[in-house]
Design a protein around this ligand. Structure first.
Ligand SMILES: [Fe+2]
Length: 406
């Protein structure tokens, strides 16, 4: 069956379906089509992959970045287990893996019997809830009664620490079990009365960071094209006591960030922080995406042209107010895409051009189980600004094809 690409019909302006792929036996020609669709449409829903083998999902992620280490963005399994054993209430959490395929992580909620791809014990998944994070969360009764929810938090799949742990190019998410129930209404509760309706339960919400860039004034575009963000050392530990805005878009400034000296790496961590461009360039379309992980940003280095000196903003309230001014107006109903994914579909998205958020649902809608992969990249997003940057997966494929066969 020939592989076909079909645009998703949505005012959000991005996303496509890929039909007719067999991910368990994917030819190079079909991968090339998927890769081109991914960078063109930023999100692809590869339909009807009910028998997808976890190893093949992992290999698909690797084909987007063939020289990457192959390690999950959250680290090796041991690091994840260590986090769990320490009982840290880290908001990145630690996720269990598919047995024998450590880089495929299991995310969702509910209890599943033994026998899921080799599990030998009942498996309980606990999704991150907005209730532990938002400043004034909804209670469960209201969520059930109103069928209302929140964006848990908009983010990029990235640790952004230490320097050298590069942000994944893509994330893939395969739906094994999805909850069932009426569509949900997402409340922003950020001072506006805006709500976003029609969210199918259990699907991830996406917004396009290239759209945020396009909507900015020419002056702001000049500024963000030349400015940089400095992230905190041990960033998720740094904000462990902080609360998020109810919109899921940023943090509330209450002075609760941990002192740098109290973080696992202490003051030495400052030598390993990531300082990255505010805009990340799509290597196929050259579109800039305003891609800032606002909740863990610690400093802004602002300039309005390539030859101007940087001005540093290090007051956290001002850092967050600046980012809010630039991005919050663009969180709008018609620009959010709830991934149109059914059980057996694999969603792959361009993690350097989209932000995403989990969308909680009332427990009465039933369990959810997804297989998730994002891998530490072989290159920094900062490299993408350099002249001559090319999609290295494509380049590697070309070299492989042109190499003399032994
Ligand atoms: Fe994520």
């Amino acid at each position: 069956m020939a592989l076909t690409v079909e645009r998703i019909d949505s005012p959000a302006g991005f996303g496509c379906y890929v039909h007719g792929a067999n991910l368990n036996d994917l030819s190079d020609a079909d991968f090339d089509k998927i890769e081109e669709a991914l960078y063109t449409h930023k999100l692809v829903v590869i339909t009807k992959q009910k028998d997808l083998q976890p190893q093949k999902q992992y290999e698909l992620n690797r084909r987007f970045d063939r020289t990457a280490s192959g390690l999950h963005g959250h680290g090796g399994k041991d690091e994840v287990l260590n986090k769990q054993f320490k009982g840290r209430q880290n908001i990145t959490l630690g996720f269990p893996s598919v047995p024998g395929v450590d880089m495929v992580r299991l995310v969702g909620q509910g209890t599943f019997p033994p026998g899921h791809y080799g599990t030998t014990e009942p498996l309980t998944l606990a999704a991150s809830s907005h209730r532990g994070f938002h400043l004034t969360p909804l209670d469960e009764e209201t969520m059930e009664k109103e069928r209302s929810t929140r964006f848990q938090r908009f983010h990029i799949d990235a640790q952004l620490y230490p320097d050298g742990n590069h942000t994944a190019r893509v994330t893939s998410l395969w739906a094994h079990t999805l909850p069932v129930g009426p569509p949900l209404t997402v409340r922003l509760d950020d001072g506006s009365s805006q709500t976003i309706t029609g969210a199918k339960p259990g699907r991830t919400a996406f917004m396009d960071s290239t759209y945020i860039f396009r909507e900015m004034s020419p002056q702001d575009q000049q500024m963000v094209l030349h400015s940089e963000v400095e992230y905190a050392p041990n960033p998720y530990e740094w904000i462990i006591n902080c609360k998020g805005q109810n919109s899921g878009f940023s943090l509330v400034s209450q002075g609760k960030e941990l002192p740098i000296a109290d973080l696992p790496d202490g003051e030495e961590g400052l030598q390993k922080v990531q300082r990255l461009p505010m805009c990340w360039i799509n290597p196929l379309t050259n579109e800039p995406a305003f891609q800032v992980h606002a909740i863990i940003a610690r400093k802004l280095h602002i300039r309005r042209s390539a030859d101007a000196p940087f001005e540093v903003i290090d007051d956290l309230e001002e850092v967050r107010a600046t980012l809010d001014r630039l991005q919050r107006p663009h969180l709008r109903q018609e620009k959010i895409l709830f991934s149109p994914q059914e059980e057996g579909d694999l969603v792959v998205w361009y993690n350097r051009g989209l932000r995403h958020s989990a969308v909680e649902y009332p427990p009465s809608y039933g369990p959810r189980m997804m297989h998730q992969v994002h891998l530490q990249a072989s290159d920094s997003v900062a490299d993408m600004e350099k002249p001559g940057f090319v999609l290295r997966a494509l380049e590697a494929a070309e070299k492989e094809n042109s190499a003399p066969k032994a």
